[in-house]
Each structure stands twice: as C-alpha cells, then as structure tokens.
Design a protein around this ligand. Structure first.
Ligand code: ACO
Length: 198
C-alpha cells in the first residue's frame, strides 16, 4: 500500500530485526515511553539489543498459540515500527485489541494509518475476527487521528485504565466491527485519497 512516506507493508517479526528495533527504540524514548505501559525494568534494559530475542520469542509464541498477531511495520522494506493485534478471543466475542508505534523519523507520512488499515482487513478476513478495539490516552492526538481515519469510532472513556509513566491514566476506547467497513479499511483509505494500492 503506497502512502506519502512510501510503500507500507506488515510482515512477521524476525530474529534479525533486533538491531533496527533496538536502535530506534533507544533513540526514541521521548517519542514512545509516555504512551506505553509502565514497566519496572529500565528503558535501556528492556529496549537494548539483548532484550529482542526474548521479546521476539514471546511474540512468536503468542502468534503460534493464536492469542496475538504480531507484525513489523516496514516502509520500502525497512523496519520502522511495530503493530500487534493482541488478546485475541474467539467464541462469541471474536475480538482483539490493536497497538502500534512508528519511528519518530517516519511519522506524518501516513505510515500508521496504512498499517492499521492493513491489520484491520487481515483481522476481519484472514483471521476471522469481528471486532477490534484500541485504547488511547485522550492527549494522544496523532493516534486518535490514525484510528478515526481508518474508521474506528469512539465508544467510551476507561477511567484510570492503564499504568503509564508510573501513574494510572484514563484512556479512550475506540472500536470497529466488520460491519462498519463493508469494503474494508484499505478501500476506505484509498477512497479518501490517502493511499493507493501497490
Ligand atoms: N493532534 C492531532 N492530530 C495530529 C497531531 C496532533 N498533535 N499531530 C499529528 N496529527 C495527525 C497528522 O496530521 C495525521 O493526520 P492527517 O493525515 O489527517 O494529516 C495523523 O495525526 C497521523 O497519521 P499517520 O501519518 O498515519 O500516523 P504516523 O505514521 O505519523 O504515526 C503514531 C502515528 C503511531 C501515533 C506515531 O506518532 C507514534 O508512534 N507515536 C508514539 C507511540 C504511540 O502513540 N503509539 C500509539 C499508542 S495508542 C495505540 O497503540 C492504540
């Protein structure tokens, strides 16, 4: 899918992504940390290159078990971020959450919108899910804009939902179901003139 930033693809993570993953995340602490769940481990430890094999192993394991669909976001073949569909629940819910990040040097060119649209279509068709949810801090303007461009609607406010930067923060809940996008999320972005097919 082509957007102003280049050709955006989702692909499975690889063991050899560690170098790119770590160098972006160590550099981009200021861009990423305030939107991600708190952790007792230091940023440098959990994002150092030595942390990748266990992160990669956990993502792969969840992928194999069917509880998550982990992706790397690539632009013109280069690693620029991650998108994960997590907490996949089947049965009468057929639901999951989606979360993502893009390197600070690659923002503003439609990368996250394209990645989320590709993920939504994959989740609803190849993976057979019915609903995707995203929780976002109300002050995360770029992320809210991404979700709204792709077709997510606001469903409510979760009070003191997630521990971020050491404190409990409210999060908006946005969601989309398969019925909301009869021709798919990629089609919606293309129709808005925001992307074209490769
Ligand atoms: N307020 C509102 N909108 C804004 C702001 C702002 N302060 N700054 C930028 N925008 C708009 C842009 O103009 C653009 O909209 P437009 O196309 O209508 O002009 C939109 O936000 C960004 O769209 P993309 O270019 O598709 O997104 P991008 O590739 O820049 O990535 C992202 C956005 C993922 C939020 C990136 O900034 C990032 O990684 N941030 C840090 C991590 C993060 O916040 N991740 C999301 C957590 S929430 C979740 O995962 C559900």
């Amino acid at each position: 899918m082509i957007v102003p930033a280049g050709a955006v693809e989702l692909r499975p993570p690889r063991l050899r992504d560690g170098g790119a993953w770590s160098s972006i995340r160590l550099r981009d602490r200021g861009h990423l940390e305030r939107w991600e769940p708190s952790s007792p481990e230091r940023w440098e430890e959990r994002n150092g290159v030595l942390a990748w094999p266990s992160q990669y192993g956990a993502l792969r394991r969840m992928g194999r078990q069917g509880t998550a669909l982990p992706f790397v976001i690539a632009v013109n073949g280069e690693f620029v971020g991650q998108l994960t569909i997590g907490n996949v629940i089947r049965g009468a819910l057929c639901s999951a959450w989606v979360g993502y990040w893009v390197a600070s040097t690659r923002v503003g060119g439609g990368v996250a919108s394209a990645a989320v649209a590709l993920a939504v279509d994959h989740a609803f068709h190849a993976a057979g899910l019915h609903r995707l949810e995203a929780t976002v801090r109300p002050d995360n303007g770029p992320s809210l804009r991404v979700l709204e461009k792709v077709g997510f609607r606001r469903e409510g406010l979760y009070r003191r939902y997630l521990n971020v930067e050491g404190g409990w923060h409210d999060h908006l809940c946005l969601a989309v179901t398969v019925e909301d996008l009869p021709r798919g999320a990629v089609h919606a972005l293309v129709t808005q003139g925001r992307a074209r097919l490769a």
